[in-house]
Ligand binder design. Structure first.
Ligand code: NZQ
Ligand code: ZN
Length: 392
């Protein structure tokens, strides 16, 4: 196991009706005026925004609203949010929504405290050193942004989607009511579960030895997510299934199942190019990329892929031919994705074969040698080959 530090300063308020307690907790952290940020309208239609605002009224906290954050959130609205936050002198940003709204809120919080262009943080020109406090009322279980150290924004003019990792990205407060995602269409529930699993798998496929504790925790968590996802897409009003997914969203992406090891993140970098260019749901893009990534890299660490197959998907171990077991695991994962209604091919996403070289070339290079991915270092040629596997 590698050395690590792990600090998740988020206070989680979890369970039925916790959105009615937002005011009390914001007051505790000293908020006096909040910017309530939300998406395309689901939180207004469900009455959630009204409940949150009532709770703020009761606590004597003033607020202004900014709606309109889109899936794959855009820089253009972040600029508007920064302007509004400054003009209104807010001292807390409250996201009410999924990962897109939360990420847009994080970018607004950082940008409000920065004299330059907030995009500097996303193109690597500057690092945020301070931010406004922010929190989230989570409405879907997926990105894990409610306690992750990450934030992902798309620059609209160039269709460039980039992530920022910083400890300043951690929410102060996360309100997590498993009843809220019950209004999601099954497709979005499935996208969310796919993203949660992908966050565990990016960490699971490691080159670090001696990490059995976290391996076992991740395997148990993945098994529970797979079962809960199967239930929730059929019965979105199943409270316990939604509760498992909601806490899994957090656990998957705040490093509870990732400390002390090399992590990969290559599939995420490739997927960000797909959702930037075609505006597809992040989870759907991952359903296409991740199995192709697994097929491409399997031979480089066949025992780890076989371990995944045996412990997560209950495949039988073939000690003579571990590659057969490894492949069974990938097939089982693909079958699960199919069962919950996810796409598996670029065509199903609406992606074009002729775009593959450009997608591969544009994928963010995460290593000093110009390659992408922590466990398996990929050149643009490797990425192109993975996309061609997905181009079925
Ligand atoms: O905009 P509204 O009307 O609210 O509709 C949203 C949106 O259309 C809808 N929705 C959310 N909660 C709902 C609901 N509809 C009905 N009932 C509810 N309770 O769902 C749609 C998708 O929402 P979005 O926020 O885009 O989904 P998600 O949470 O999957 O976030 C995706 C974004 O997060 C990024 C992704 O790249 C993508 O941009 N990620 C952020 C990460 C992070 N910050 O740590 C990590 C991830 O790997 C990911 O990259
Ligand atoms: Zn993700």
């Amino acid at each position: 196991m590698l050395n690590f530090t792990h600090c998740v300063p988020t206070r989680f308020v979890f369970g039925r009706g916790v959105e009615n307690e937002v005011g009390k907790y914001l007051k505790e952290v000293g908020a006096t005026k909040a910017l309530i940020h939300f998406g395309g309208g689901s939180a207004v239609r469900s009455g959630l925004i009204g409940r949150v605002e009532r709770s703020l009224d009761e606590a004597g906290i003033a607020y202004v609203e900014l709606g309109g954050a889109q899936p794959n959130p855009r820089d253009t609205l972040v600029y508007k949010g920064i302007e509004l936050a400054r003009a209104e002198k807010v001292d807390f940003i409250l996201a009410v929504g999924g990962g897109s709204v939360i990420d847009s809120s994080k970018a607004i919080a950082h940008g409000t405290c920065y004299d330059g262009d907030f995009w500097d943080f996303f193109c690597g020109k500057a690092k945020p050193v301070t931010t406004l406090p922010f929190g989230a009322v989570l409405t879907m279980s997926a990105a894990g942004s409610e306690s992750s150290n990450s934030c992902v924004i798309t620059q609209e003019s160039t269709k460039t989607k980039r992530g920022l990792r910083s400890e300043l990205n951690r929410c102060r407060l996360a309100f997590m009511d498993p009843e809220l995602p019950m209004t999601l269409p099954p497709y979005q529930i499935a996208c969310g579960a796919t993203d949660i699993l992908a966050h565990m798998m990016e960490r699971y496929f490691t080159s670090t030895d001696g990490v059995d504790l976290i391996d076992r925790m991740a395997e148990g968590a993945m098994t529970a997510v797979i079962a809960a996802a199967r239930t929730a897409v059929k019965k979105p009003d199943d409270y316990d299934a939604q509760a498992q997914l909601m806490w899994a969203s957090t656990v998957a992406h705040n490093d509870t199942v990732g400390v002390g090891r090399v992590q990969d993140w290559g599939s995420h970098q490739i997927e960000h190019e797909l959702s930037a260019l075609y505006d597809v749901a992040h989870g759907a893009g991952l359903a296409v990329v991740f199995p192709a990534w697994m097929r491409y890299h399997m031979d480089k660490d066949v025992m780890r892929f076989a371990q995944f197959a045996v412990r997560v998907y209950n495949c039988e171990m073939d000690f003579q031919h571990p590659e057969v077991t490894a492949l069974r695991g990938i097939e089982a994962h693909e079958q699960f994705l199919r069962d919950i209604g996810m796409p598996l091919t670029l065509k199903e996403l609406g992606a074009r074969t002729e775009d593959i070289p450009a997608l591969a070339a544009k994928t963010k290079k995460t290593n000093p040698d110009g390659t992408t991915g922590g466990t398996f270092h990929m050149t643009p040629q490797d990425i192109e080959a993975i996309l061609r596997i997905a181009d079925r």
